[in-house]
Design a protein around this ligand. Structure first.
Ligand SMILES: Nc1ncnc2c1ncn2[C@@H]1O[C@H](COP(=O)(O)OP(=O)(O)O)[C@@H](O)[C@H]1O
Ligand SMILES: CC(=O)N[C@@H](CCC(=O)OP(=O)(O)O)C(=O)O
Length: 266
């Protein structure tokens, strides 16, 4: 069965209806696609850090990560959030298996920008055999984006970056579920959604500031995952799970990202 990576953004995590999890289970049971879940958790990490009076800052959507921040990110994502998502699948009779990138060295990483952001990593390898093993047994893997660094070290990975690397390694589609209907811009006080974007469009929109913050790693990883015959990735609003079906049916929802534009979309 065709695999598909669904990344659940922290922005939407606590609002997703049960029907979202049921839909993913249905996709698997009907043989439409085999879902692999990667999640984020930015807002809940922020909340935990605030409660502990630990400050953190972001550079281009990536959290500068000290040892202290890493421990909190791991606690929130690999503990609370990962197991909550597993529970939500199991509540709909889905067989979900939660693991972090550290388990079995599933996600291997090295410090990004020579360690300028602290313990933030970029993925160097994905041990896809663990994912395939879970899928073979009829499970839904749920992956938290903390990666194994050198030796015993661990690194904080942006959820979109982790999801992009997993999709690239599996050679499958990446569906980014977030709290917005797609990449938007306000023109003459009117909000428009871009349904199709290419690499060049995205870089221009980052340079002009139309795309900022958490949307930067999102669009960049969506494009980076386009390898090995995978033609497009998509950003969808998770509050309307039907959007996933609509997208799979070829309807115009969310923002589709491609390396280059194709004729019928111009
Ligand atoms: N051009 C844009 N269109 C839509 N959202 C954008 C854009 N540029 C920046 N954003 C921001 O990116 C956010 C989504 O990224 P993020 O908060 O990291 O989501 P998630 O937690 O789902 O990964 C949006 O809520 C919005 O604030
Ligand atoms: C390095 C880095 O930025 N890690 C992110 C991981 C969580 C994440 O990406 O959460 P969303 O998907 O909700 O944005 C962080 O610490 O916030």
């Amino acid at each position: 069965m065709t695999k598909a990576v669904f990344k659940i953004g922290g922005s939407i995590l606590q609002e997703l209806p049960k029907s979202f999890y049921q839909l993913l289970i249905d996709l698997k049971e009907k043989g439409i696609c085999d879902p692999v879940i990667v999640h984020g958790g930015g807002p809940e990490i922020n909340q935990a850090l605030k409660q502990m009076n630990i400050e953190s800052t972001f550079v281009d959507g990536l959290r500068v990560t000290t040892e202290e921040v890493l421990e909190v990110a791991q606690m929130v994502m690999s503990g609370t959030i990962n197991k909550r998502i597993v529970g939500l699948f199991q509540g709909q009779n889905g067989k979900a298996i939660g693991l972090s990138g550290v388990d079995g060295r599933l996600l291997q990483a090295k410090p990004i920008h020579n360690g300028k952001l602290g313990l933030v990593g970029e993925i160097t390898k994905v041990e896809t055999a663990w994912i395939d093993m879970i899928l073979k047994e009829g499970g839904i893997p749920v992956i938290s984006p903390i990666a194994a660094g050198e030796g015993e070290s661990r690194l904080n990975i942006n959820g979109d970056t982790a999801a992009g690397a997993v999709a690239e390694a599996l050679g499958c589609k990446l569906v980014l579920i977030s709290n917005i209907p797609g990449v938007m811009e306000t023109i003459n006080q009117k909000e428009i959604i871009y349904h199709h974007l290419t690499k060049n469009d995205v870089e221009a929109m980052i340079a002009s500031g139309v795309i900022y913050g958490g949307m930067i790693p999102k669009v960049r990883s969506a494009l980076a995952s386009l390898k090995g015959g995978v033609e497009e990735s998509v950003i969808l609003n998770g509050l309307e799970p039907d959007n996933i079906l609509k997208y799979l049916d070829g309807e115009k929802v969310g923002t589709i990202l491609r390396e280059k534009e194709i004729a019928e979309h111009v």
